[in-house]
Write a protein that binds this ligand. Sequence first.
Ligand code: GCU
Length: 451
Amino acid sequence: MKRIFFKLFSFILAFFSLVSSAHSQQSFAAAQDSLKKLSVLDHQDMLEKLKITSLRPGANGSDSSAPNAVNYDETKANPFPKLPDALTFKNGNKVTAAKDWWLRRKEITEDFDREIYGRTPANTPRVNWKIVQSIDTVFDGIPAVQQKLSGQVDNSIYPDITVAIQLTLVFPVAKNNVPVVVEFTWGSFRRPGDTSKIAAPEWQVNCLKRGWGFALLVPTSIQADNGAGLTKGIIGLMNKGQRRKPEDWGSLKAWAWGAGRVLDYFETRKEINAKNVAIAGHSRYGKAALVTMAYDTRFAIGYISSSGEGGASLYRRNYGEITENVAASGEYHWMGGNFIRYAGPLSWNDLPIDAHELIALSALRPVFIGTGDKGDYWADPKGMFMAAAAAGPVYKLLGKKDMGSTVFPKVEIGLRDGEIAFRQHSGGHTAAPNWPSFLEYAAKYFDNKKN
Ligand code: GCU
């Protein structure tokens, strides 16, 4: 009798958990659907502001028979693009001395602000950091301190919107002044108190093994990763809940802004050497990491993984993802509104800048451009390599080393002798296989820069 009762009870429990999981899956799908719809409305609002009535479609990556099927044929990709010259001023004068680069850099930044990423407001509020939780823990045998932090953004200009930046910081016990690698995280970090060996990704353990710290920054706690969220987050706060204007910043700039506030905070912590802080990110967060390097010159080095279109790969290429994809309602929120024009009335040749100049904005600091091979073609590995090569003259003008080659290297042959590094791994769309190579590269710089 007891057993029958128990079985019945288990059955009822299983039934309800099935129903509730189906229900939560359904409500998740419904929430996603409504976000999509709201994003389409916001996108439409921006199109109206820009007076654009139609956009060209993006590359279709899932149907190879579609008229707009994605191109993976190098001969059709615009293999020899005519790129704007990073070292020519708008008035036609050439930049021949290192000191002139810093003037030319202003022109390039202005173009990226106005045409591509939007403008970060000058008067962004203060962020007040609090340690929410601090625990002594062990990562693969290495004693470490793991802290959960919350960066409360002062919202006195518009109290209806709250922004609290989420960060996890881990550093080796009893060490001060250590380098820290900050990653825009996709969400994987160990639960506090979890001391199991397998829970932390290898790169995190490797940072600790080198005596460095690492930090995981949650981008979506700064700004949502969708158009529907543009009236909230830090962008919404600055606009007091109103929709964006065409030159306002997009999520990439907002995420980069958040990374800068993390660095402000690190400057106040004795455990951290704020002059040795790296920024890393993969895919959309690879774009964010490159934008961070470009706009906040305090970051010492960047690991830019599979950043693709809108990141390190050239706009003037038709290979994998193209401008038109990023301008559509699923991705436009990464950029300033004006960028959408390049998928409508304008095209890539109208852009006054290209991705090589974004990479050049990192100069003279080292930057590591990573990518996968098969499985990562959507991000256009060759387009990223070409951009990295075209950024070389700026580094050289400043007395630094470029990649040392303009020939696309074989998979897993890293070009890491100069301040622009490039490596294509064989593992598809993931940052993991290039981490060891990046950490080795970063060590060269961190070791030289001990206080
Ligand atoms: C999509 C998008 C890419 C982006 C990627 C990601 O594939 O088209 O631009 O990098 O998502 O972030 O995973």
